[in-house]
Design a protein around this ligand. Structure first.
Ligand SMILES: *Cc1c(COP(=O)(O)O)cnc(C)c1O
Length: 451
């Protein structure tokens, strides 16, 4: 029997991130200033981002060196293992080989620390003392809290209210690392007060929380803003996942036929898929790249491809991406990290141009595959990651049907040990699917900015 875990040594860890902007045939259309509607300049971003990250955002260099201070912290959990899911393959009685890259080994329990660490590092280096951010399910808030703590910085997290209530342990974790956590919408910002005035019971959304964090950061000189997904520099940092995976596959002389990841803002998908997209774009390699989203928030599969705000208040630049409309209020599904109305412009471009595919699944089916995975492989997956698992299971069953071998790679973006209340709901039979009705989608898309 072949290996179960393919491990890299610390010395073999990649020393540079991969910037897909160097190789994309069509770059995304540039972000626009929300007031002037002209392409944004670095000065527009300088009040809330450090210069080094603004440079990475627009860089066309193929490789960006990882600073030694960042590598040192990466080594606390990286390189992460590439695992073969032998027992899942057996349970599915499939000729397919299923591999997963496991990012739940990070102290934050998810891939998000891969970008939180460099973001805190570059901010610190440029004299920033405090970072304001938002978090949905709490994984990003936990990761940034840890990263700020490593570099001795303060951190304030606006946490989407429904998650603040459903996921109290992530709030506790952020506080353990010394962060201030605020349920969003809050009365501390004008964007929060506006939402509460219209709807005092608002469950919040990432779009609202982003408005609050940006407003906070823009209002203080010692504070910058930090985003856990969507932006080019975030996906750049996450490419360490796919770069490691390629080295690991090379060690066993294998290459995947399909690379799968769930898609919220697109960072764990971009992280694992972009290094393979490089081979596809530059060498014509026939690897399929599959992004998986919930039917309750089907940005790539049913969204509009065009300019939209990243937040509800319209404070962020207009990004060219797939979007459900910035005022879209997704239902409180159990994969909180996938409840974002927009999508990374780079991932949007890849999907739009046919280099990647997207598919959406209902949450009950997703939990069923998540539980199957836990029982076979022992790891309780994050509900977000279970979307990727479900797609991998479908691929494996499809291979069985077709009687063909197939090498499947998926990104297990995090563990679900802090998501057990959601598992309870599923196991008690109380989990409901939340299809998005055409009418509400249409209503939301009518609010798109007219350019
Ligand atoms: C945040 C999160 C996601 C979704 O965010 P992306 O930016 O799309 O990666 C997926 N999985 C886990 C475990 C997360 O924490």
């Amino acid at each position: 029997m072949s290996e179960t875990k393919i491990i890299l040594t610390e010395k073999e860890m990649p020393r540079a991130w991969y910037n897909i902007q160097a190789d994309l045939p069509n770059l995304p259309s540039p972000p626009l200033n929300p007031a002037t509607r002209k392409p944004i300049s670095p000065e527009d971003l300088a009040p809330i981002f450090p210069l080094s990250l603004i440079e990475q955002e627009v860089s066309l260099e193929r490789w960006v060196e990882i600073p030694e201070e960042v590598l040192k912290i990466y080594r606390l959990w990286r390189p992460s293992p590439l695992c073969r899911a032998h027992r899942l393959e057996k349970a599915l009685d499939t000729p397919a080989k299923i591999y997963y890259k496991y990012e739940g080994v990070s102290p934050a329990g998810s891939h998000k620390l891969n970008t939180a660490v460099p973001q805190a590092y570059y901010n610190k280096k440029e004299g920033i003392k405090r970072i304001a951010t938002e978090t949905g399910a709490g994984q990003w808030g936990v990761a940034l809290s840890q990263a700020c703590n490593f570099f001795g910085m303060e951190c304030t997290v606006y946490m989407v209210k429904v998650s603040y209530q459903q996921k109290p342990y992530r709030r506790s974790l952020m506080q353990v690392y010394g962060s201030e956590v605020i349920a969003s919408p809050s009365t501390l910002t004008s964007s929060g007060r506006k939402i509460l005035k219209d709807n005092p019971e608002s469950p919040g959304s990432l779009g609202v929380a982003i408005s609050e964090a940006v407003e906070d950061a823009a209002g203080r000189d010692d504070t910058n803003y930090s985003l856990g997904s969507v932006l080019n520099h975030v996906l750049l940092h996450q490419t360490i996942i796919g770069l490691e995976a390629k080295k690991q596959f090379a060690k066993i002389d294998t290459y995947p036929d399909v690379v799968i990841a769930c898609c919220g803002g697109g960072s764990n998908f971009g992280g694992i898929a972009f290094p393979f997209a490089h081979d596809k774009i530059v060498q014509g390699t026939k690897v399929r790249l599959l992004a998986v989203e919930p039917t309750a928030c089907p940005t790539l599969t049913r969204g509009h491809f065009g300019y939209d705000y990243g937040d509800v208040a319209g404070l962020t630049p207009l990004l060219h991406m797939f979007t459900l409309g910035s005022e879209f209020m997704p239902p409180g599904i159990h994969a909180g990290g996938l409840r974002y109305h927009g999508e990374s412009p780079l991932v949007s471009r890849l999907v739009h141009d046919g280099f990647a595919e997207a598919v959406a699944y209902e949450q009950t089916a997703v939990f069923e595959s998540g539980v199957l995975f836990a029982r076979c492989e022992g790891i309780v997956p994050a509900p977000e990651s279970s979307h990727a698992i479900h797609a991998a299971v479908k691929e494996a069953l499809d291979a069985r049907e077709a009687g063909e071998s197939r090498t499947i790679l998926f990104n297990l973006s995090g563990h679900g040990l802090l998501d057990l209340p959601s598992y309870d709901t599923y196991l008690e039979g109380n989990l409901k699917d939340q299809p998005l009705h055409e009418e509400s989608l249409k209503k939301s898309l009518e609010q798109l900015p007219k350019l």
